[in-house]
Design a protein around this ligand. Structure first.
Ligand code: SIN
Length: 186
């Protein structure tokens, strides 16, 4: 699969006809909401865990030297905390461009922090996309992030802003916080 997912995402028709759709964000979508939204609520999705396993050629790295950003990996029983946004379908044109480096829109159940649920969408970069980098130790991920820069800025800022946003929401993520600690020691 090519890592430009815009065309595939534009064919995603599950919520066609809806006036608004809930989008779950778990990476930069938590702290960088550069799109209009009707409402935003802390939320989580089940059976996925956040990992810095996706290459970034367009935001936090380059074609020659991709950075590392988050995707979600299946993990039975896991809970991934993030932020849910109620958006109009028009916003997907912007989001599909922003998330074009391997991310596909998938339907998911979303649980708000008050335990109510809804169905919505999440952008996930699966292991079969060309930009997928896969596992590495948290120390090696920190070293990689420390050396990476792209059009959206230093890869380090992506990680630090994500860690700060999770902390501000009172959420734990041992993977993110371990990489943050290694980055601080480099
Ligand atoms: C997300 O934040 O939900 C997707 C990954 C990213 O854009 O960082």
């Amino acid at each position: 699969m090519s890592h430009d997912t815009i065309a595939i995402n534009q064919r995603m028709d599950k919520f066609d006809g809806h006036h608004s759709v809930w989008l779950f964000g778990y990476g930069s979508l938590i702290y960088k909401a550069d799109f209009p939204f009707i409402e935003r609520r802390p939320a989580s999705i089940a059976n996925w865990t956040r990992r810095f396993w996706q290459g970034s050629h367009d935001h936090r790295g380059t074609e020659a030297a991709p950075g590392r950003v988050v995707t979600l990996v299946h993990a039975a029983g896991a809970v991934c905390d993030g932020m849910a946004y109620l958006i109009t379908p028009q916003v997907f044109a912007h989001l599909d461009h922003r998330e074009k480096n391997g991310y596909l829109r998938l339907a998911t159940d979303i649980t708000f922090d008050d335990a109510t649920t809804t169905e919505g969408l999440v952008y996930i970069a699966t292991a079969d996309n060309a930009a997928f980098l896969g596992p590495a130790s948290e120390y090696d991920i920190a070293v990689h992030i420390a050396a990476s820069h792209g059009p959206s800025g230093p890869n380090r800022d992506y990680l630090m802003e994500l860690a700060q946003a999770l902390r501000a929401m009172g959420k734990d993520d041992p993977h993110v916080f371990a990489i943050e600690a290694f980055l601080g020691s480099l």
